[in-house]
Write a protein of this length. Structure first.
Length: 155
């Protein structure tokens, strides 16, 4: 019986190493990354957010306009978002990590300071046209969720 389990483990390791070396799997990831970039570029995250400790009836509408989403290397991405800083609306480049849970991208940023805006931590998962996640801004945090909408590209 022990040999049977050892054989299963060995077969599992061989299968995993073949899967990891399979160029089709790499192409699948590249396709997923291209699709994710295309979905976010010229897109809007339109939804709501909550604040921990507040009544759930106080959910607030939320919108994030994404100018572009570009993979750099590895898990590193650059998301450029339109943000209001003081009286000005600026395109702000935001370096983030994107990790994959199978076919599902998860944005991750930890203690990122955006000058004039604040310091943020967030984990946001995307699936289909929906997103959901958690956010933290200083001592205040909560949840966020909504739909990814597509803007017409600017000419």
């Amino acid at each position: 019986m022990t040999r049977f389990f050892a054989g299963l483990v060995a077969i599992g390791f061989v299968a995993m190493s073949l899967w990891a070396a399979d160029p089709e799997k790499k192409a699948d990831r590249e396709d997923l990354e291209k699709a994710f970039s295309a979905k976010l570029t010229n897109g809007v995250l339109a939804g709501a957010f909550s604040v921990d400790g507040k009544d759930s009836g106080t959910n607030k509408p939320d919108r994030y306009q994404i100018v572009s989403a570009k993979k750099l290397k590895g898990d590193d991405w650059l998301i450029t978002a339109k943000m209001k800083v003081g009286e000005n609306e600026l395109d702000i480049p935001i370096p983030i990590k994107v990790y994959w849970a199978n076919d599902t991208p998860v944005m991750s940023l930890t203690d990122l300071t955006i000058p004039g805006v604040g310091t943020f931590t967030a984990r946001v998962m995307f699936y289909g046209d929906r997103y959901a996640g958690t956010w933290q801004h200083g001592e205040v945090g909560g949840h966020m969720w909504g739909l990814v909408e597509k803007n017409a590209p600017k000419k």
